[in-house]
Design a protein around this ligand. Structure first.
Ligand SMILES: [Zn+2]
Length: 165
């Protein structure tokens, strides 16, 4: 039978795990946290590869510690909201880039003599490098095209091509 050990941190007696008889730290959460952070500090000093992974690539570190990231999200809802907004902006930029590669969109633009974009999103458009004028303008052309045609049919004095002849 092995003698009871004393924890390196809290100085309390404890029974080491049968799998780790050399254990010098008890199983209390605080002591285990201190053990891990000390191990982390030591390895940072002695292991250059470990140092590189920990300090140069936080993304990889988070990937290997999903619980930490999950906890971080739960305790920082404002960061989650901001990230979601940034993701939405990235999605919009991707959508616009896709539209810019669409030949049909450019053909329609050429058919319009002059188009003005007026609206709250005009400011976003000016600040967005990916969103070329042609792409956003297409949206405006389609929206404006619907209105005069439907109102024309309702005008008794207007020229209705169906009634001519
Ligand atoms: Zn302890």
């Amino acid at each position: 039978m092995s003698a009871t050990h004393r924890c390196r941190y809290c100085q309390q007696p404890f029974q080491p795990s049968p799998y780790r008889p050399q254990q010098t730290v008890c199983s209390q959460a605080d002591c285990q946290r201190r053990r891990r952070s000390e191990y982390h500090r030591q390895r940072l000093q002695t292991d250059s590869e470990y140092r590189q992974v920990c300090l140069d690539s936080p993304r990889k570190w988070r990937a290997r510690h999903p619980d930490y990231w999950q906890h971080y999200r739960e305790t920082h809802p404002e960061v989650v909201t901001a990230n979601r907004r940034k993701q939405w902006q990235r999605d919009q930029a991707r959508r616009l880039a896709h539209l810019a590669n669409n030949h049909l969109a450019f053909d329609l633009k050429r058919s319009a003599a002059e188009v003005y974009w007026i609206g709250p999103r005009a400011g976003d458009l000016a600040n967005n490098n990916v969103a070329s004028g042609q792409v956003f303008v297409l949206e405006a052309v389609l929206r404006q095209a619907g209105t005069p045609m439907s109102s024309c049919k309702q005008q008794p004095s207007g020229v209705n091509p169906l009634s001519v002849g």
